[in-house]
Structure formats: structure tokens, C-alpha cells
Design a protein. Structure first.
Lengths: 306, 305
């Protein structure tokens, strides 16, 4: 319980720090926050006066910060003057598509990475191992936006199996999901392999082999089971890679989503939307990392007891 | 005879440090290139890097036209002997643009690791050696920066600074700073308590002397490995920002920006997208392979992971 409490407290501190940073981001933009937020509409004196009042810009910075946090906590993420919509509405429209993409990418990377890692570990120090790890290494290093375009070229242009632009259909999800999943798959594969190898050399596995258990039983009951925990760490690490990946994949496939919303709002200097998307992505990242941390003690009673 | 007996423990004690030294000698020193050359991934990495970097360096020799020379009568030509990588919608030579473009992508990535590496190393040394309130503060800021997924941090910085090559370098360097700081801090923390550093301190050496003469050299292998690995990542991100329109602005050729340029005509002129991306991929894979080999060599405890 102490462990959980400590981690929750750390999360709260982190979320506060993130929100301070995101709030200060607007102050760092050249020009006043009002002109930054209004963009094109900054020529309208009425709008300027209203927003100045609303943000409390004539008040001290901590008061402004509190007003902003208060708004965020009540679901008011500001207004996108460029899109003529509340930012929360924009996020609501784009979030499901990103979640769908990230979840399918994670699934592909886990299934593929585990297969790759297990094959490499079982056939360690053979050509199969070298080739598997070569593939893993290459997938990690390939630029995801380029990989996406190569997949489009091969499977949408040369072989017209999938749509070029990823729509909302399931067929439209296939190429984006593979682009995202393949990029992350290499990391998983390498971790699965090294974590399995570590278990294979541990004394309890040697003992299990020595008492005559067959290889299959040893692998499933003694090796794989203990290798799950490190793999969970990888899933945690992958969340960052997946989020980064969705930004680029959504741009490559012109797919609606939070990542594309962020990039477009940066390009159109729509700072209210930039702030909100950065806050949401960073907050999501912090929370999922916490969830992964809290799963450890459930899987391994040695952690968290102290 | 009693003296002989007295000698035994003494000899045994003297033998212990000798034994530690011997395998190091047999294993050949880390700096000797022969060991690295026996590692397959290092060799493949060097070959890949040479294939990419040599043409980029020799761009004016290998390309008869400049990267921005337009030719309206030669648009969208496929790869041929006359145009090794074909031409784009303005009739510009993709070969020339890929070679000259590499200068921007690779040059910016080098700038990123130099900038981020220096700032991160200094912060890490200060935090790890001096510790105290300043060190604590530095490391909490580092933790905060690490709490953002890298791309988000880079995008946030470009949002504030505006899109340009220099700002992209700054943004990606800011992502690199906490990574360096954490690694160097860990190394500095360990080294500051080693016996020879304590001895140096007892002899009256000041913090500056110890950091420069003992801690920095000790942390160097970790910094070198980190730099090699991050150089590839930096290239990926510089190109990613270029692709997103947040880095280098057209018509300047940069590999990521070129991939984005080529995307519009992907179905009729694949060469505009495939070649710059392939050069980028080869560079990143090459650098990563070298980084892996160096890590296995300089930091045996991390080997195999």
C-alpha cells in the first residue's frame, strides 16, 4: 500500500509539473498570449478585450495559472479560434481514432515481437538468431514515416489491396497499424530475447532440466513465466514510442487523430489546441506509466513489499 | 621458515590485484580497433555509413548539377544513367538533392549531439559530483523532461520557436539533454567515491580538477556510447520534423523534407520518396549498429540486452 501511495503521490506531483510547463509554454511564445491564442482574430479589439478578461491577464501569473487549471479540471480546454470550436470538442472528435491506431499497433508489435524474440532465444547463437535480431534492429531504425510510404507504395499503389489514405474503415486501419506496430516490434523482440536468455541461464532452470523435465515444460513453466515481467517493462517503454509513432503515422496516412491535430495546430499557430493536446498526451503517458508500475507488484510479490 | 609463512598471505594479497589486471591485458585494450573489427555489427555499420557519408561529402564531385537547378523539360523522369535517381516535379535531380540534402540531415544531427551532449554532460557532472541542492534540482528537472515522450517535447519546443532548421536542432537537442544528464550523473556519482578520487581529494584537489581529470574521463565511455546511439535517433527526428514541415523549409533539400515532397507524387514517381528515405534509413541503421557494437565493447554489463 505504501508503494501504491508513493507512486500516486509522485504522479500528482508530475501532473502538476507538466501543467506548469504547458501553461508557461504560452508565455514563452513571442508576442502576448492573447494575440497568440487569437491568431487571425487578433485584429478584432472586442475579441482581444474579452479574452484578456477571460484569461485574467491583468492578474499575477499564479492567478492566471490557477484559472487555467481550474478550467482544464472542469473540461474547459480553451477555444480554438482557427477551428471555431472548443478545443475539448476537437479532442473528442480525434481521440477515438488515435486510441484505435495505438491499440492495434501495440497488438501487432507484441505478437510480432514475442514471436521474433522467442524464435531468436530458442535458436540462440545461430543464423536464425542473427537474422531475427538483424530484422529487429532494422525495424527500430527505419524512419516510420518512410516505412509508411513504402507500405503505401507496395500495398496500395503497386498492389491495390488497401486504400492510400487511411479512412475510418477497418481496411484503412491495416497499413497505419502495421507501420506503427512494425516500428515498435523490434524493441519488443530484442527485450523478449534477452529476458528469455537470462531466465534460461538461471539456476532454477538448470535444476528443472537436471531433474528430468522436458524442454517444453521447462520453457513454458520456468522460463516464459519469469520472462513476463521484463516484457511488461517493455510495454511501458513502448507507450512513448507508440505515441511518437501515432503522430507521424497519422500525418503519413492523413488519418484523423490527436497527433495530426497537434502538428496541424503547431503549423497554424493554434496555441490553445497545442497546449491542450500536449497536456493530454503527456498526462496519458504519465498515467499509463503509473499503471505499468502498479502492475509489477501484482505479478512479482518481491516488488512493493518493502 | 617462519618468514616464509609470513610471505604467503602477503603474496596472496599481492596476487589479487595482479589477477584483475591480467585478463584486461589478454583481452586486448578497448581502444584497439582489431577487437571492434571482429564484431560483425560494427563492420556492417561502418560499411553502411561509408556508403551514405562518402557520397554526401563528395556531393559537388559526384553530381554535375546543383540541388536546386530546375529543368522544365525533364520533370518526373525515372531513374536512368542520365539521372541516377530520376527527377522531381521541377525537373530537379533527386541524386543531387539526396547528396546535398544529406549535409543538412547529418549536419543537423551532429549539431544536436554536440549541443545536447555538452549541456547534458555539464549538468550531469555538476549534479552527480556536487550533488546537494543544485544537483537535486537539476535531476528533478531532468526527470520532468523525461516524463514527456521525446517527440512531444520536440514538437512543443518547435511550437514555441517556430519551424526552421536551427529551431529543429535546438528542439531535438533539448530532448537529448536529460538523456545525457542522467547517464553522466550516474557515472559521476559512482566515480566520485572511488579510492583514487578520494585520494586525490585528500591531497587537496578541488572539485574542478577532480571533475575534469577524473570524473569526466571515467564517464567518457558512457558518453561516447550515448552519442553514437543518439546520433541515429537525432537524424530520425530532424528528418521527422522536416517531414512534418516543422524543420527545414523548402526548397532546401533535407531527407525528411524530401520524403514529404515526394509523397504528393508517390504513385507516379516513387523515386522522389524512396531514395532520400533509403539514405536516411541506411545512415540510421549504420550508426545504430556501430553504437551497439561500442556499447557491447565499452560496457560489457549491458551486453546482450
Amino acid at each position: 500500500m505504501v508503494y501504491v501511495g508513493k507512486r500516486l503521490l509522485a504522479l500528482v506531483v508530475l501532473l502538476i509539473a507538466i501543467s506548469v510547463l504547458v501553461f508557461l509554454m504560452l508565455q514563452a511564445v513571442p508576442g502576448s498570449p492573447v494575440t497568440a491564442l487569437l491568431g487571425q482574430s487578433a485584429t478584432n479589439p472586442a475579441a482581444v478585450a474579452r479574452l484578456t478578461q477571460e484569461l485574467g491577464l491583468n492578474r499575477p501569473l499564479p492567478v492566471q495559472f490557477w484559472r487555467w487549471v481550474d478550467g482544464v479540471l472542469h473540461g474547459n480546454l480553451g477555444y480554438s479560434y482557427q477551428n471555431q470550436q472548443p478545443v475539448s470538442a476537437l479532442i473528442g472528435q480525434n481521440l477515438p481514432s488515435t486510441v484505435e491506431l495505438a491499440a492495434s499497433g501495440l497488438l501487432i508489435s507484441l505478437v510480432g515481437g514475442i514471436i521474433l524474440g522467442v524464435v531468436a532465444a530458442v535458436r540462440r547463437n545461430t543464423a536464425v538468431d542473427s537474422v531475427s535480431m538483424g530484422i529487429a534492429m532494422t525495424l527500430v531504425a527505419l524512419p516510420s514515416f518512410w516505412l509508411g510510404l513504402i507500405l503505401i507504395l507496395l500495398f496500395a499503389v503497386v498492389l491495390p489491396w488497401f486504400p492510400v489514405v487511411g479512412g475510418s474503415s477497418l481496411r484503412g486501419l491495416v497499413l497505419p497499424a502495421f507501420t506503427l506496430g512494425l516500428g515498435v516490434l523490434g524493441i519488443t523482440g530484442r527485450f523478449v530475447r534477452s529476458s528469455l536468455l537470462e531466465q534460461m541461464h538461471s539456476s532454477h532452470v538448470v535444476a528443472a532440466r537436471a531433474k528430468g523435465l522436458n524442454r517444453r515444460t521447462v520453457f513454458l513453466k520456468h522460463v516464459a513465466r519469469n520472462a513476463v515481467l521484463p516484457v511488461l517493462t517493455v510495454v511501458g517503454l513502448q507507450i512513448g514510442a507508440l505515441l511518437s509513432g501515432t503522430v507521424l503515422v497519422e500525418m503519413v496516412f492523413s488519418r484523423p487523430g490527436i497527433g495530426r491535430l497537434l502538428v496541424q495546430s503547431i503549423l497554424s499557430k493554434d496555441y490553445a489546441t497545442v497546449q491542450a493536446t500536449v497536456l493530454i498526451i503527456a498526462g496519458f503517458y504519465a498515467v499509463t506509466n503509473l499503471v505499468v508500475d502498479l502492475l509489477y507488484p501484482l505479478l512479482d510479490p518481491r516488488i512493493g513489499g518493502t | 621458515m617462519p618468514t616464509d609463512r609470513m610471505d604467503e598471505p602477503l603474496l596472496a594479497g599481492a596476487a589479487a590485484p595482479l589477477e584483475v589486471a591480467v585478463p584486461g591485458v589478454e583481452d586486448e585494450p578497448l581502444s584497439r580497433p582489431a577487437g571492434l573489427l571482429r564484431q560483425g555489427n560494427f563492420v556492417v555499420g561502418v560499411v553502411l555509413l561509408a556508403i551514405v557519408v562518402i557520397p554526401v561529402l563528395l556531393a559537388p564531385v559526384l553530381s554535375s548539377v546543383g540541388p536546386d537547378v530546375q529543368n522544365p523539360s525533364a520533370t518526373f523522369l525515372g531513374p536512368s544513367l542520365g539521372h541516377l535517381m530520376g527527377t522531381d516535379q521541377y525537373g530537379r535531380s533527386i541524386w543531387a538533392r539526396v547528396l546535398y540534402g544529406g549535409r543538412y540531415t547529418i549536419g543537423a544531427s551532429v549539431a544536436v549531439v554536440v549541443l545536447g551532449g555538452i549541456v547534458g554532460t555539464v549538468l550531469g557532472l555538476v549534479a552527480g559530483y556536487l550533488q546537494g541542492a543544485v544537483g537535486f534540482l537539476i535531476m528533478r528537472v531532468v526527470d520532468l523532461l523525461l516524463a514527456f515522450p521525446g517527440i512531444l517535447l520536440a514538437l512543443g519546443v518547435t511550437a514555441i520557436l517556430g519551424p526552421s532548421l536551427v529551431n529543429a536542432v535546438i528542439a531535438v537537442a533539448i530532448v537529448a539533454v536529460p538523456l545525457y544528464a542522467r547517464i553522466v550523473e550516474g557515472a559521476a556519482r559512482e566515480i566520485r567515491n572511488l579510492p583514487y578520487v578520494r585520494a586525490s581529494r585528500a591531497l587537496g584537489a578541488g572539485p574542478r580538477h577532480i571533475i575534469v581529470r577524473h570524473v569526466l574521463p571515467g564517464a567518457l565511455p558512457a558518453i561516447v556510447v550515448q552519442t553514437t546511439i543518439y546520433l541515429g535517433i537525432a537524424a530520425l527526428w530532424i528528418a521527422a520534423l522536416g517531414y512534418l514541415g516543422l524543420g527545414v523549409q523548402p526548397p532546401t533539400p533535407e531527407w525528411g523534407q524530401m520524403v514529404s515532397d515526394g509523397q504528393a507524387s508517390l504513385s507516379i514517381a516513387w523515386w522522389g520518396t524512396v531514395f532520400p528515405g533509403a539514405f536516411l534509413a541506411a545512415f540510421v541503421v549504420g550508426v545504430s549498429l556501430i553504437g551497439d557494437a561500442l556499447r557491447d565493447r565499452l560496457n560489457p554489463t549491458a551486453a546482450g540486452s
